[in-house]
Structures are given as C-alpha cells and as structure tokens.
Design a protein around this ligand. Structure first.
Ligand code: SF4
Ligand code: SF4
Length: 136
C-alpha cells in the first residue's frame, strides 16, 4: 500500500552535512517533495517534506532516520484560525514555512490559506492573541 505523509525532520548538528534525503530515495525507494528546508552549517537544521512510498519502505525509512538521530514530527493535526481573535497584525507571516498567510492588497488584512498549511504549529506561539488553534 502506498502512503504519503507530511513530516518535519529536525537534525542535530552532526547530521547537517549528510545527504539524508538522497539516502531515503536511493536506499528506501521513497519519493520526497521538500516543502521547506532550513539548514545552517555547524548548527541544527530542519526539513519539512512530503514523503511518499510503499508502507514497508516508509516504515524502514523512518526507522533509519530515527536510528541516525533525526527527530521526526508527524503533521496529522489540523490548524485553524479563530477569526474572532485575529487582529491581522501579520506576525504569522514571518514564521510560516509554507507561505500560508498573505496580506490582501487594498485591505491589508492577513489571509489564511488553509490548503497550504502543513500544521507545523509554528504560528501558534507567534500569534499574539492566540488566534491560531491546533485541533486533533
Ligand atoms: S499572528 Fe495571529 S493575529 Fe496576527 S495576523 Fe496572524 S493569525 Fe492574525
Ligand atoms: S501551522 Fe501555521 S506556521 Fe505552520 S504551516 Fe500552518 S499556518 Fe503555517
């Protein structure tokens, strides 16, 4: 059975130079679509990606990542905006890795494009009135 999951990989510093995504393709037959990557040499890194492949390969790939010290976060939660609380301050625009927020020209209101959201939760803490909510 084929699966496709959105996950966040957090790397410790020693793994930043490793071609982790390349190994997932070559050794575990997985396909990936990188949605966002932030890798700083000599520091930590994270990649938000959509990983696709046969269930068995996916499980093997995840075991490999865990074994080498990559912290994996599944993105099965749903993030919604409480429209009554949003003040359109724009703080969420700078933290969202997938560009799920945009300023509407003219009105300067902050639009939330739910279909772009990968539920990484980064906007939850960044939002001053706590308008972004995590639903399970
Ligand atoms: S940070 Fe919160 S209040 Fe500000 S625009 Fe984003 S969702 Fe609205
Ligand atoms: S949870 Fe927030 S920061 Fe993360 S992708 Fe969704 S809207 Fe962007």
């Amino acid at each position: 059975m084929k699966v496709s999951r959105k996950i966040v990989l957090h790397f410790p510093a020693r793994l930043v130079e490793e071609a982790i995504a390349y190994r997932l393709v070559k050794e575990y037959n997985l396909q990936f679509n990188i949605l966002k990557a932030s890798i700083i040499p000599d520091s930590e890194g994270f990649i938000v990606l959509e990983l696709t492949g046969e269930q068995e390969d996916y499980d093997r790939g995840v075991r490999f990542l865990t074994k080498i010290g990559v912290n994996i976060e599944a993105l099965s939660q749903n993030v919604v905006r409480n429209e009554d609380k949003c003040t359109h301050c724009g703080a969420c625009l700078t933290v969202c890795p997938t560009g799920a927020f945009e300023i509407e020209p003219g009105t300067r209101r902050v639009l939330f494009m739910h279909d772009r959201c990968i539920a990484c939760s980064m906007c939850l803490k960044a939002c001053p009135p706590r308008a972004m909510e995590l639903h399970f």
